[in-house]
Design a protein around this ligand. Structure first.
Ligand code: AMP
Length: 425
């Protein structure tokens, strides 16, 4: 038997209804917040990721699925979406029409990390990006959107961490302070950290090696080195969050180790997720559009890890499973033909309807209706046909009533519409 590739997974029908629910909630919310969907390819030139994520990052150095195309080009499966969204913003000159642009995209990402709970080689993200706005309320608006999304999903216990990374003006001071810190204790760091420390010491905050993490606990805080403009920006973001009573923790270890990232960074942690506890992350990247050949427009965005979100929602899949509203149990050829017409008529009116074509016994059809979780069963056999009626059985109350054959479809539609008013069933 040929099996799944390690780190990849199937999302089975028992779970897809919940995925669709989550996607439905977020699409509606994103559109209310003024975002439009952008669909980007899963494959890009490797160079795009090397330039945006950074050639010296774990993602680019070790985790990308990269291959040489038959034409000789180096291509990679996308490990994240921001680079592609920025590429599209620049390539299609979206900024020329309006520099302010709010885009979202949903889809799979690929990183060849070591698979473990909450970490897959194909995983899914919801990405939202805003271009063209410097105002700190924009950063807060994105966080607000994220927290509203999690609130609508009734996610339970999540913690928002925020930090500021400063800007090209104040960050060099902090980098110097970091280098000095490192110079005093090189033996505490792994070889990757030591190799990367000169080109960008901020990457050390991203290292997953436990000893490095431990050593970085004592590193200086970037918040002590912010310039006045960055400090004011950060205060304004916090003020907006306070205004909407969004609780947050300041985490001065929360860093994206690239020069394109500026000022606000944030992460949302799910308390029950274990080691891989970040369910979403984001921040401002005011230099990235320019670095990828576009105008000097700022950007800010986030990515939600949908697989981890699903883990936080575990056990809720049944609530969203689409069970049939009506199961038609027909016995005998004539009844089966008539039932087939009802089924088609009901489906055309948006009523989820099933029947059994195999002409099995009533008992076995009732068992199937029960197994599928149908709300009502319509029973029709020779006797009912003679009497010109069908039996309507409410599977929850077990009550039965007779309905004349011509009114079966209309009655079923009415029943389902009344029972679904105020919520999906
Ligand atoms: P990043 O692009 O690394 O900032 O990740 C954004 C979000 O994507 C994280 O907060 C995770 O929820 C999710 N994520 C990143 N890598 C993986 C992975 N290998 N497997 C599952 N989810 C991931």
């Amino acid at each position: 038997m040929i099996k799944l590739v390690r780190g990849f997974k199937d999302i089975l029908p028992a779970d897809t209804a919940l995925w669709q629910h989550v996607e439905g909630v977020v699409r509606e919310l994103l559109e209310d917040f003024g975002f439009a969907e952008l669909r980007i390819p899963v494959l890009e030139q490797t160079e795009l990721f090397a330039r945006s994520i950074g050639a010296g990052t774990d993602i680019v150095e070790k985790e990308m699925y990269t291959f040489t195309d038959r034409g000789g080009a180096s291509l990679s499966l996308r490990p994240e979406a921001t680079a592609s969204v920025v590429r599209a913003y620049v390539e299609h000159r979206m900024y020329a029409k309006d520099p302010v642009c709010k885009l979202y995209t949903i889809g799979p990402m690929f990183r060849r990390e070591r698979p473990q709970r909450g970490r897959y080689r194909q995983f899914h993200q919801i990405n939202a990006e805003i271009f063209g706005l410097h105002d700190p309320r924009t950063d807060a608006e994105l966080i607000l959107l994220l927290m509203t999304f999690f609130g609508r999903l009734e996610l339970g216990s999540v913690a928002l961490h925020i930090n500021s990374l400063g800007c090209p003006e104040c960050r060099p001071r902090f980098k110097d302070a970091l280098k000095l810190f490192l110079a005093g204790r090189p033996e505490e760091f792994c070889s990757d950290c030591l190799r990367r420390k000169d080109e960008n010491p901020l990457r050390l905050f991203d290292c997953k090696v436990p000893d490095c993490k431990e050593a970085m606990q004592e590193a200086p805080s970037i918040l002590d080195d912010l310039c006045e403009a960055c400090s004011t920006h950060f205060d304004d973001v916090k003020r907006s969050l306070d205004r909407f009573q969004i609780p947050y923790q300041i985490n001065n270890r929360l860093v994206r180790g690239l020069d394109y990232y500026t000022r606000t960074t944030f992460e949302v942690l799910g308390e029950s997720l274990g080691a891989q506890d970040a369910v979403a992350g984001g921040g401002r990247y005011d230099g990235l559009v320019k670095a990828l050949g576009g105008p000097n427009e700022p950007g800010v965005g986030f990515a939600v890890g949908v697989d981890r979100l699903m883990e936080l929602l575990a056990g809720r899949a049944q609530d969203f499973e689409k069970r049939p509203h009506i199961f038609v149990a027909a016995i005998g050829e004539t009844a089966q033909d008539m039932a087939f017409e009802w089924v088609q008529g009901l489906r055309l009116q948006g009523v989820r309807t099933e029947m059994d074509f195999e002409n099995r016994s009533l008992k076995s059809q009732m068992r199937r209706a029960d197994k599928l979780g149908a709300s009502y069963v319509v029973i029709v056999g020779d006797r009912e046909l003679d009497e010109g009626v069908a039996i309507f059985r409410d599977m929850a109350t077990k009550e039965q009533e007779q309905v004349v054959l011509q009114e079966v479809v209309g009655t079923a539609v009415d029943r389902i519409r009344t029972s679904t008013v105020g919520g999906e069933s």
